[in-house]
Design a protein around this ligand. Structure first.
Ligand code: FUL
Length: 476
């Protein structure tokens, strides 16, 4: 730490001590550093690309010859450029899907790129994408399907040993990894080394012994957010449409998310106010009807993607938007067009925060260091109420009428998620009128308010689990 920064921190500490105001105590469940960094990414890409791309399937049976994997024009830098230009901050690649084919030359199987025509067997899609991400300052993540329809030992301890070795191999050779994605699809018919049979594993995913898997990740890559159903750092939002529930807590208890080895849809959707773990919702959705590329499918329109942005990032979670490279290994041109138009819509809509030119007033104060102005601008500061004060108003006023289409609210989640109920009002003909309302806020909440014209906006926090800690109120 430089001397300047040290003196600055000291100065802030002295001022806070001098005015005698401490920050509100954190709630009992708060995010870890890796989760806070993950929240701030907001949106990142999924990339589904493997042998299925060449067999025109969504789920490969596991008997496909590696020779089928033959992208004619794969370029990791070009893929990452699309991701970056679309404003996505990371990329999670299907290193291995349910068919068991490995996009990296794993030392533990022959069922991989090393036996494909791609670069004469010398290629390494995982390595190339990881390197391209690093170069472009895009975070890299890995999807490693627990279900493996190729492996002869699937369902026994032999496979678990194989699976953990692969995980170690990936984290050691291709890290840092911002997120590991452990798909829930699990057990069923498959090739299984030629057995061609149905294999079910013990109670959903109990077979995999997730605590062991998580232990390996923490050992090799402590910054990785684990996406799974059993011990999540981040959870499934309960659907693949890109829609996080309006009422959504970032907290949940794994034993309720996943009772008896089965996803509990209600709990996944809403989280739990009294959950014992920070396990926020992630919305995974594909730009196309399928996760993998198929001819004659169309990408979603920019407008549809914009709606998805509002129901994912705008509801306190993250957006994991899937791209499906074609048999060249390229993101189809029409998908790129749609993505870039979407990006433009988001950037233009949220370009100018009208709150920046407003007078801001709050109903009560905690004291110096936690004032109303902290809610203007994008930094780690926040407005806080005094201990015991669990409601309060924020008022923005302008000298001339403003046309407002979206109101954005953020909590300072480093201290936990708190708001239970709020209402947004606009001054209309001298009277306050409700224009939006809700329960939870979390990391970020975006509320469409239909282009209302007004000179004043009021956000009323009606109930909270503790003193309010509001990081931002913005209007667009
Ligand atoms: C599902 C899988 O079965 C799909 O193939 C896809 O990978 C999706 C993201 O998750 O559970």
């Amino acid at each position: 730490m430089s001397g300047k920064i040290k003196s600055l921190i000291l100065l802030v500490a002295v001022v806070l001590v001098a005015c005698g105001v401490e920050a509100p105590a954190p709630m009992s469940v708060v995010p870890a550093e890796r989760q806070l960094a993950w929240h701030k990414m907001e949106q990142y890409a999924f990339v589904h690309f493997t042998i299925n791309t060449f067999t025109d399937k969504e789920w490969g049976y596991g008997d496909e010859s590696p020779e089928l994997f033959n992208p004619t024009d794969f370029d990791a830098d070009a893929l990452v450029k699309v991701v970056k230009d679309a404003g996505l901050k990371g990329l999670i690649l299907t290193a291995k899907h349910h068919d068991g084919f490995c996009l990296w030359p794993s030392a533990y199987t022959e069922h991989s790129v090393k036996n494909s025509p791609y670069k004469g067997g010398k290629g390494d899609i995982v390595g190339e994408v990881a390197a391209a991400c690093r170069k472009a300052d895009i975070k890299f993540g890995i999807y490693l399907s627990p279900w493996d329809r190729n492996h002869a030992g699937y369902g026994t301890d032999e496979y678990l040993d194989y699976y953990r070795k692969q995980l170690r191999e990936l984290l050691t050779n291709y890290g840092p990894v911002f997120e590991m994605w452990f798909d829930g699809a699990n057990g069923g018919d498959g090739y299984y080394g030629g057995a061609n049979e149905v294999r079910r594993v013990e109670s959903g995913y109990l077979y995999y012994d997730w605590p062991k898997v998580v232990e390996i990740i923490r050992e090799l890559s402590p910054e990785t957010v684990v996406w799974s159903s059993s011990l999540p750092d981040a959870r499934w939002c309960s659907n693949e449409r890109g829609v996080i529930a309006e009422h959504c807590w970032a907290m949940a208890s794994p034993e309720q998310l996943y009772p008896n080895g089965r996803d509990h849809i209600e709990t996944l959707a809403h989280g739990m106010e009294d959950g014992n773990r920070w396990a926020p919702a992630e919305a995974d959705v594909s730009i196309r009807p399928g996760w993998f590329y198929h001819d004659n499918q169309q990408p979603k329109t920019p407008e549809k993607l914009f709606d998805i942005y509002l129901t994912s990032v705008g509801r306190g979670g993250t957006l994991l938007l899937n791209l499906a490279p074609d048999r060249r290994g390229r993101v189809p041109e029409q998908d790129i067009e749609s993505l870039m138009a979407w990006r433009k819509m988001v950037d233009q809509t949220f370009a100018k925060d009208l709150a920046a030119n407003a007078a801001i007033k709050v109903s009560s104060k905690r004291g110096c260091g936690f004032g109303a102005k902290n809610m203007l601008g994008d930094d780690d500061k926040y407005w806080a109420t005094a201990d015991g004060v669990i409601s309060g108003d924020v008022e923005l006023t302008w000298s001339k009428p403003q046309t407002i289409s979206y109101v954005m609210i953020q909590e300072h989640i480093a201290l936990g998620q708190r708001v239970r109920k709020f209402e947004v009002e606009a001054l209309q003909n001298g009277e306050w009128q409700s224009i939006a309302s809700g329960t939870t806020v979390g990391y970020k909440r975006i509320l469409p308010v239909k282009g209302i014209s007004t000179t004043a906006l009021r956000v009323r926090f009606i109930d909270s689990r503790g003193p309010l800690t509001i990081a931002r109120v913005a209007a667009y």
